[in-house]
Design a protein around this ligand. Structure first.
Ligand code: ADP
Ligand code: ZN
Ligand code: ZN
Length: 730
């Protein structure tokens, strides 16, 4: 027999299978989906078997060297899904498979993970026989062991004593062995076991009564009880012995949802997110492969878990960008969810209080089915939103805190209620510049100004990580008049401490959450009222449920709005609605203060009114006029390389080639100077293609890709339906 093996090389140059002989010792052991090692041009590589056949081969073939795992790693569904991904995203087949697997199971995983096992004791006779023995037994140790087993049924074996040996020899007890799953999750969250209201119940019924591959958009305002709906649906699904995937955006959100799921479903849940070590992820993944769990809660990559009988896939906060992978393969978890739902004939639920325009447009066109939760549970009111015009505040020299925000924070501190403050920029100050000549301290590798981090007293590049000392003297004009501009979360925390001397303040951003577990600690500590004020970047905007928070302040609502991306108004609206949704989730009403220089911008005035519907209409009009998504599909081509001139020339050629070869109804933007950026000493040019229907486009893109994939100086990156048009990082 022969096996077609796809090697670990993810490059598009070698994106095909190679045939090997299955040696007799591995007959019936090598299966489709198995991970094997092979000799490839005198290198030992790993790969996946994608096909097994007995077609006679004319050329001389080599044998497979060895089989890596006892069981296949890729399921039949995964093999098909990988092919579909390669076609959809124009990525290599191997990169699709690698993206589906945890580190330990990827082809050529450098980490060799051991499966840990533990031993335990169980009774080997029925209770009556044990009790009879106890009556006659005189040995205290034996009695204790048997008594413990009668109560606990299963007892961990610490060391094998002579009493244990005796009991085993008498066949009263046995020793068993099981795989140990190393990830230990503990949380203080308890299951409230609420009774669904009729709106929630209707939605659960509608989904449960039609278990086929429908995609639902659950549009429910913040605090409308979406999580409770998800859990009820999942409960029904697993009772009928099917499996459920629940995706949450990022680790910050995962922790609270995981807590809720663990509290309700206990050991039925596996958890997959970036906060786990490679070993822990491997163990959680094995729980899935070994059929030990029915539910997975996780971030983006959890969409690929190898469940074989999926009953529901839920994507919470579907509007969040992190569901799209930014490096190859540039997949979107929503696309994958829908592909898998067709395979399993199960529904997908996309949930959000602020759905993306794309999803809502699809719901309105009946591509998705719309489900709505229009009110908060128990008819709680939406928080009152105040907009503060910072132009006026600047006149009063209030550059960071408006008088209104100060007044409201004071009030909440007196009432012992909690406050969340959002500032979408980490670090201390975002710009260090010479007041005399305008010199800016920029990164030596990137076209980006450095951010000052006071705690480490360093200037840091948020793009490439470069760090250097802060200047005290201008290197251009020698002036000592060096000024800071733009406040970051570090400085905000410091200023707050000065204004509210007795308040306890905690900060959550990339810098305070890099250590394992630090995220959850901040959330737990804030939940249990150890702090009065939580300061953070947009990490704190999503999903968190703190009942004692009655005030949310947005320090600078313009930060996202000012980014030159066609989605900036949508992102601003989403962020403001989401962060406002953190207020007033408990008994007391919530209130929001938004500070902005654009107090008349529709994304801000409509967020004040929680008016998604009007925002949707206004923004759709603009998108239509400007021919943007969702009216047009988009593809982004990023051309990069070390030499500016090379990249510039190639970009121009590609632009021309595209214009000449794709449909005349499609629009090619660029390459333009405005889109060029230097990051980490690499120059980036961008071309954007907008199209409604273009049968030729994929083919033309493939040609371009093939033409340059052998060129070592130029890198071409294709992003189908890009989420982020600019390379941004906060
Ligand atoms: P969303 O995800 O829509 O923002 P959540 O699911 O987090 O809302 O629910 C908000 C709060 O309301 C939670 O504390 C939740 O326990 C509670 N809740 C949800 N459904 C009900 C219900 N039917 N009755 C009472 N409380 C509920
Ligand atoms: Zn100067
Ligand atoms: Zn840099």
């Amino acid at each position: 027999m022969y096996a077609d093996v796809l090697t670990e090389i993810t490059s598009k140059k070698l994106d095909k299978t190679f045939t090997y002989i299955i040696p007799s010792c591995l007959q019936n052991k090598v299966k489709i989906g198995s991970r094997v090692t092979i000799d490839f041009n005198k290198r030992v590589l790993e790969g996946f078997v994608l096909n097994i056949h007995n077609k006679n081969q004319s050329i001389k073939l080599k044998e497979i060297i060895s089989l890596v795992d006892n069981e296949p790693i890729l399921t039949k569904e995964m093999i098909l899904l990988g092919e579909k991904m390669a076609r959809t995203y124009l990525c290599s087949l191997m990169s699709s498979y690698q993206a589906m697997l945890p580190t330990a199971l990827k082809a050529k995983s450098s980490v060799n993970m051991r499966i840990k096992k533990y031993k335990y004791l169980v009774l080997n006779k029925d209770e009556q026989e044990i009790k009879n023995y106890l009556q006659t037994c005189k040995y205290e140790r034996q009695i204790n062991i048997l008594k413990e087993l009668l109560i606990k049924k299963k007892v961990l074996l610490v060391s094998k004593t002579s009493s244990i040996n005796t009991l085993i020899n008498k066949e009263l007890i046995t020793m068993l062995e099981e795989e140990l799953y190393r990830y230990k999750y503990s949380s203080s969250i308890i299951d409230k076991k609420v009774k669904l209201n009729t709106n929630q119940q209707d939605i659960v019924n509608q989904v449960i009564n039609n278990l086929t591959d429908i995609t639902y958009l659950l549009y429910g305002v913040t605090g409308s009880g979406k999580t409770e709906v998800y859990m009820n649906i999942i409960d029904k699904i697993i009772t009928s012995h099917k499996q459920a995937i629940m995706l949450v955006p990022e680790i910050s959100l995962t922790m609270q949802v995981v807590g809720l799921f663990k509290a309700r479903f206990g050991d039925e849940v596996a958890i997959i997110h970036s906060g786990l070590s490679a070993t822990e992820k491997y163990d959680e993944y094995r729980k899935i492969m070994n059929n030990k769990v029915k539910i997975v809660v996780g971030a983006r990559s959890a969409i690929f878990v190898p469940f074989t009988n999926i009953g529901i896939i839920i994507i919470d906060e579907e509007h969040v960008d992190s569901y799209k992978q930014e490096n190859n393969p540039k997949y979107h978890a929503k696309d994958i969810a829908i592909m898998r739902s067709h395979y399993h004939k199960c529904p997908v639920i996309l949930g959000s209080a602020t759905p993306t325009l794309e999803s809502m447009a699809r719901a309105k066109n009946n591509v998705y089915q719309l489900l709505e939760l229009k009110t908060r549970v128990n008819n709680k009111t939406m928080p009152k939103v105040n907009i503060v015009d910072m132009k006026e505040e600047y006149k009063k020299k209030n550059t960071i805190f408006s008088s209104l925000l100060i007044e409201k924070i004071k009030d909440r501190l007196e009432k012992k209620e909690q406050v969340i403050l959002l500032l979408n920029r980490r670090g201390y100050s975002s710009l260090i510049t010479c007041h005399q000549c305008g010199y800016k301290q920029v990164c030596k590798n990137c076209d980006i100004s450095l951010t000052y981090h006071k705690t480490s007293n360093m200037m840091r590049c948020h793009y490439c990580g470069y760090g250097t000392k802060r200047i005290n003297v201008c290197p251009v004009c020698g002036s000592k008049d060096i000024k800071d501009y733009g406040i970051g979360t570090q400085q905000l925390e410091e200023r707050l401490n000065k204004v509210f001397t007795t308040a306890r303040i905690i900060r959550m951003d990339v810098d305070t959450t890099s250590k394992k577990g630090s995220h959850q600690k901040i959330i737990d500590d804030f939940s249990s009222n150890k702090y009065n004020i939580l300061v953070g970047t947009q990490m704190i905007a999503k999903g968190l449920d703190f009942p004692n928070v009655t005030l949310v302040g947005v320090l600078n609502a313009d930060m996202l709005l000012n980014l030159p991306d066609f989605r900036s108004a949508e992102r601003t609206f989403q962020l403001l609605c989401q962060v406002a949704g953190r207020a007033g989730r408990g008994q007391q009403d919530g209130e929001v203060v938004i500070q902005t220089f654009n107090d008349n911008h529709y994304s801000i005035t409509l967020a004040k009114k929680h008016d998604y519907d009007t925002f949707y209409k206004e923004e759709m009009n603009i998108r239509k006029k400007l021919k943007y998504s969702p009216y047009y599909f988009m593809t982004l081509l990023r051309i990069s390389g070390k030499n500016y001139q090379d990249v510039s020339d190639v970009s121009r050629d590609i632009g021309k080639y595209l214009r000449n070869n794709i449909s005349p109804t499609s629009i090619v933007l660029g390459p333009s100077m405005a889109n060029v950026l230097k990051v980490n000493n690499i120059y980036y040019f961008q071309i954007i293609i907008k199209y409604r229907k273009d049968n030729n486009l994929k083919l033309v893109l493939k040609q371009i890709d093939e033409r340059y994939c052998l060129d070592s100086k130029i890198n071409i990156d294709i992003d189908i339906n890009p989420i982020i048009i600019l390379i941004i990082s906060i």
